[in-house]
Design a protein around this ligand. Sequence first.
Ligand SMILES: Nc1ncnc2c1ncn2[C@@H]1O[C@H](COP(=O)(O)OP(=O)(O)OP(=O)(O)O)[C@@H](O)[C@H]1O
Ligand SMILES: [Mg+2]
Length: 257
Amino acid sequence: MSDADAEAAGSDETALAFEQTIPEDAVLAVEDVESGYGGLQVLYDVSMFVEPEEIVCIIGPNGAGKSTVLKTIFGLLEPWSGTVRVGNREISGRAPEEVVRAGVGYVPQTENVFEPLTVRENLLVGGVAREDAEETIAALRDRFSLLDEKWTAKAANLSGGQRQILALARALVMEPEVLLIDEPSAGLAPSIVEDVLTELRRINELGTAILMIEQNARQGLSVSDRGYVMSQGEVRFVDDADAVLANPKIRELYLGG
Ligand SMILES: Nc1ncnc2c1ncn2[C@@H]1O[C@H](COP(=O)(O)OP(=O)(O)OP(=O)(O)O)[C@@H](O)[C@H]1O
Ligand SMILES: [Mg+2]
């Protein structure tokens, strides 16, 4: 196929264009961030923001750098350049415990609960950095019936979906302003994916902003307000989630048609 044909067929990614201005009131703002592992650069000039009350979904192919964005925000990786801000507080390069204190929660994709510990103990561990965690834990137990039902069960004995709810609740013990979630539905049966995403929506409606990565891009976008598309370490597109879902170019390149 000639270049002209490729363009006519719509496979030319340069046809995507977007504008983005980070609003003053963003609860989370990532600006021009570059980062990577050792000498390997993974992120190039990444800018993203989350407004209070938003659910924002990052989609993109394997190896695009999605998880690296969350790790850099949370302080597991130091940005090589650029800034990360929570409200009006700059947290670039801060250690995870400081990032938590600034109001950010993080639920990694795997190993996000302590298997040998019970549900109750997992929540207590989630609250070690807080003196008054007990009240919040009691409220979470009330809110998620699953936690109450499995209160004394070991996390190792929970199903995939139940573990994911526990991992979310564990992050919520710190009452974060914004929650970073890496692929909440990874490895879950399709019916359970819907349950976990519905739970995220409830969490959001109660006042926590969410920045999540979702491999089930259509489902992830369908519960989100806005969507970022990443590829090869760069943000390629951002728009309202509905518009991302409806964009023919994005559908063709990233949503399987
Ligand atoms: N610990 C690490 N050390 C070195 N390179 C890494 C490490 N983790 C990730 N990478 C590399 O960084 C790049 C981006 O990885 P990242 O995990 O951020 O992608 P992703 O978009 O989350 O992909 P996936 O959808 O597979 O989770 C990949 O090339 C990956 O090989
Ligand atoms: Mg990842």
